[in-house]
Design a protein around this ligand. Structure first.
Ligand SMILES: C[S@@+](CC[C@H](N)C(=O)[O-])C[C@H]1O[C@@H](n2cnc3c(N)ncnc32)[C@H](O)[C@@H]1O
Length: 239
């Protein structure tokens, strides 16, 4: 569970948080773990002995969770210099020395030969009229970052490897599932959770209604975790 515990440092623009047994510091402008982070953490595939990549790592919450759960090596990637600095501090704070944090643009941050057993991502996925904040804005349909992950991640998985990502229903869960199937992955039925509209979605109600993804007067949003597996060598995805 997440507990947000702003301490004295809040006045300096840094807040202290507890997330799934981890201690995290989160500077202003860096995404603090929320219900979507916790939802994905609850649904993480087994990581013992695995090489894990977290895309869009923010404070590093999910990367550190994977490291604490026994991953052999974890790489966290984020485009924000502040997020990268925070994740590095948080790895030290939790004595998780086998977490590397790299600044970069999604999969472009990887070396040509790098492959992973597990890739996780809580990307920005909110439809935005104008992209203002890379923590949550992802183009008019909310798929700007999701589509790039879905297009590039399958080739970075080892045979038998898994991709797990969380997104809002506003960005089209079925589009994610279909694209991953087209890429040759086995995709499990998405796990869904319904909850109250968050403050940003509330503020975007007009845009979401115009796009036809939020019914007039609706007060809830569906979140989904999608898990897809690259078939083991010599096997193709189930139809
Ligand atoms: C919703 S936050 C998730 C943070 C963290 N994983 C969590 O769940 O608490 C999305 C993160 O994606 C990062 N991001 C957005 N676009 C990116 C890109 N093109 N490449 C790498 N990171 C990106 C943002 O800086 C932000 O930290």
């Amino acid at each position: 569970m997440i507990s947000h515990r702003a301490r004295g440092a809040a006045s300096a623009g840094v807040t202290a948080h507890r997330f799934a047994g981890l201690r995290l510091v989160v500077p202003r402008g860096v995404y603090a773990p929320r219900s979507d982070t916790a939802f994905l953490a609850d649904s993480l595939p087994a990581v013992t002995g695995a090489e894990v990549l977290e895309l869009c790592s923010g404070s590093g919450a999910l990367a550190l969770k994977a490291a604490a759960r026994g991953a052999a090596r974890v790489l966290a990637v984020d485009c924000s210099a502040r997020a990268v600095a925070a994740a590095r501090v948080n790895a030290r704070l939790n004595r998780l020395g086998h977490v590397e944090v790299r600044r970069g643009d999604l999969l472009d941050a990887l070396r040509p030969q790098e492959r992973f057993d597990v890739i996780v991502a809580n990307p920005p996925y909110l439809p935005a009229e104008v992209d203002d904040d890379p923590r949550w804005d992802a183009g008019a349909d909310g798929r700007g970052v999701l589509d790039r992950i879905v297009a590039g991640a399958p080739a970075r998985l080892r045979p038998g490897g898994r991709l797990a990502l969380v997104q809002s229903g506003f960005a089209g869960v079925e589009k994610t599932v279909s694209a991953l199937r087209r890429a040759g992955l086995d995709v499990a039925a998405p796990v869904e959770r319904r909850g109250p509209l968050g403050p940003i979605a509330q503020a975007r109600r007009a845009h979401l209604e115009r796009r036809g993804v939020l019914a007039r007067g609706a007060t809830e949003e569906v979140m989904a975790v999608v898990v897809a597996t690259r078939p083991a060598a010599g096997r193709s995805a189930a139809a």
